[in-house]
Ligand binder design. Structure first.
Ligand SMILES: [Zn+2]
Ligand SMILES: [Zn+2]
Length: 327
């Protein structure tokens, strides 16, 4: 449901820059900065580039005992073992994807690939969820650029739904659903935000969040690991582009949850699964006004305040250099 008439004219052209929070290249109190102590007495090495370690407060644990709970065929629960990894994108505390170089982001892509490769080899790992929560609005308390990798012994619900839909589509049409969707978007040129030789970013037709975007690889691959060297560079470039455009939208650091969906790693073949990333940003009208998913959204269905086409148009028309570097 889209009801753009509901909002008052959202942007009158004048946007006041929101001041950046004071930030340092190194914060002695940050548990992610190089050389600093973490919980449990571990000290971070003097890392350069990306740095990956096990989350000290992991939600998923390798040593979870097997168990199942069932009551009258109504209530069902089972144990879930796994791991939670933390990926520092850079040793520099005050950077973000938007302000890192393509080379620096490539190092992050490389770290994601290495993690996927080593974790996927394990028998008890069936799915690998790479994501980033950015900004206090998304519950991220530490501004140090970092993301997470959650590893499951079962395929989580969101991914399971996508796997079922994409494999079903492939079975019937013998083509990847997202490949077909990408072709449609490239023909229409209405919802594309930016693109390069390897990746395309669109505001998807079904977007729920005002500035939600979907990043799709031009070539169908099931995971980051299957990307060639040029495609990995392309991924780094477009991640930077999306992050820059988001920051430029309200001339302020833009909060979001971003994550990749990749094929399950249970040993089965997924010919229809197509690597992509979702960006879910909460902002609606300005750096300080967010979209609330309440009331009708919780009880009935999501409602958009701006059309996907107008959101894509706004993001597409923004400068491709960061507002802090504009001059
Ligand atoms: Zn830090
Ligand atoms: Zn997805």
């Amino acid at each position: 449901m889209v009801s753009p008439h509901r909002a008052e004219r959202p942007w009158q052209g004048q946007i006041e820059p929101t001041p950046l929070e004071a930030s340092l290249a190194y914060d002695p109190a940050c548990y992610l900065c190089p050389g600093n102590a973490r919980a449990g007495g571990v000290t971070n090495p003097q890392y350069k580039g990306a740095f990956v370690f096990d989350n000290d407060f992991a939600a998923l644990r390798v040593d979870t005992p097997k168990g199942e709970f069932r009551e009258r065929d109504l209530l069902l629960a089972r144990s879930e073992a796994g791991r939670c990894r933390v990926v520092c994108f850079s040793p520099q505390h005050d950077l973000t994807l938007a302000r890192m170089s393509v080379n620096e982001i490539e190092a992050v892509v490389h770290a994601w690939c290495e993690e996927f490769s080593s974790l996927a080899r394990r028998q008890d790992v069936r799915s690998i969820q790479i994501f980033e929560n950015r900004g206090a609005m998304m519950g991220c308390s530490n501004p140090h650029p970092h993301g997470q990798i959650w590893v499951n012994e079962n395929v989580p619900d969101e991914l399971a739904r996508e796997v079922t839909a994409q494999e079903e589509y492939f079975r019937i049409r013998n083509r990847s659903m997202l490949e077909e969707y990408l072709r449609l978007e490239l023909d229409k040129q209405e919802r594309i935000v930016c693109a390069n030789r390897s990746f395309v970013a669109v505001v998807p037709f079904w977007a729920v969040w005002p500035y939600e975007t979907l990043l799709i690889s031009r070539r169908r691959v099931g995971s980051l690991l299957e990307l060639g060297a040029q495609e990995r560079t392309g991924l780094a470039e477009i991640l930077r582009q999306i992050a820059i455009r988001y920051d430029n939208l309200f001339c302020a650091p833009f909060p979001y949850t971003m994550g990749f969906h990749q094929r399950p790693t249970d040993g089965a073949v997924y010919p229809g699964f197509h690597l992509h990333a979702h960006f879910f940003p909460p902002l609606l009208r300005s750096a300080t006004v967010k979209k609330f998913m309440v009331g009708y959204e919780m009880l009935a269905m999501p409602q958009r305040d701006i059309t996907a086409e107008s959101a894509a148009n706004q993001l597409r028309e923004l400068p491709d250099t960061h507002y802090l570097h504009a001059k």
